[in-house]
Design a protein around this ligand. Structure first.
Ligand SMILES: O=P(O)(O)OC[C@H]1O[C@@H](O)[C@H](O)[C@@H]1O
Length: 282
């Protein structure tokens, strides 16, 4: 879904904030052949424009590009900020096998060509996205994670963060340092040709406290169901039974929540792509 807000400076009016924020209506049509057509409302008072775009598929990406063009024509010279909580294609950020495309670069080049004033994203998958996207602003990840921790702490006092794989390690270490929490490391074993996860290992002993697995994305969920199983086996061997929780910024949950909820006492997310309210939005 894409929404547009017109922000107008009202410093000389009675509005206390100094800014008026008004929605800009937009219409998206799909022709029988599959092509899209976008029309935006013209004439809304705007010193700047904000686009919010949830981009779960290629039609949504095309709609964003056409909306941007429509805005440039209807509001010439007005700066546009785009908020892309999830950056699609950011996960394929290196060429792992000869002959592959570099998807992250293809998508970031498309966004850079739009010349937005700012591109605001949440929890980019790796350092490659900030390196490729011009004028990127990364939203502070701590408030949402703190809200998840508050919910857990009402059930059990101490919490350790778990980095589910090597890719998550740097992110989780940084968050844990800010929050002064211990960290547990896990390693996901994946076949790079098929993408299939073939196992998970957890390093060392598990601390005697609740465990919060933290990652950027839950897609099909295999990373997390495998990790939950490995954690349970480890706990069974040591006789401990610390509750396991999951926090992901982008809750795609493409295979639903049932299998995940077998392994986790609660699932927290900043962006729930599903209508399943069992994933707690924080
Ligand atoms: O296992 P699923 O949920 O399909 O995929 C999510 C994982 O794949 C990675 O890119 C994400 O960072 C996360 O670790």
């Amino acid at each position: 879904m894409i929404s547009i807000t017109a922000v107008a400076n009202t410093k000389h009016s009675s509005d206390a904030s100094g800014y008026a924020r008004n929605p800009v209506e937009m219409k998206v049509l799909k022709f029988p052949g599959g092509e899209l057509h976008v029309t935006v409302e013209a004439g809304v008072c705007a010193d700047e424009l904000e686009l919010k775009a949830h981009l779960p598929n290629a039609d949504a990406v095309m709609t964003l590009l056409m909306t941007t063009d429509a805005l440039r024509r209807a509001y010439p010279g007005t700066p546009i900020d785009v908020h892309l909580p999830y950056v699609p294609y950011a996960r394929q950020d290196r060429v792992a096998n000869p002959g592959e495309s570099l998807s992250a670069k293809v998508f970031c080049d498309l966004i850079n060509a739009q010349c937005y004033r700012r591109v605001v994203v949440q929890d980019p998958h790796s350092d490659v996205t900030p390196a490729l996207l011009d004028r990127i602003v990364i939203d502070d990840p701590l408030p949402a994670l703190r809200r998840a921790l508050e919910r857990i702490r009402t059930r059990s006092m101490n919490v350790a963060l778990v980095a589910p794989d090597a890719g998550a390690r740097k992110r989780v270490l940084k968050l844990a340092a800010h929050l002064e929490l211990p960290v547990v490391f896990a390693d996901k074993i994946r076949d790079t040709r098929t993408g299939v996860i073939t196992g998970t290992e957890i390093q060392g002993d598990l601390p005697d406290c609740a465990l919060l697995v933290v990652d950027d994305i839950c897609d099909g969920g295999r990373t997390f169901t495998e990790l939950a199983q490995t954690a349970r086996e480890k706990q069974n061997r040591s006789g401990a039974r610390q509750p396991l929780y999951l926090y992901v910024t982008h809750g795609i949950f493409s295979k639903g929540l049932d299998a995940l909820l077998d392994g986790y006492a609660a699932i927290f997310t900043r962006n729930n792509w599903t209508s399943d309210a069992r994933a707690i939005q924080v």
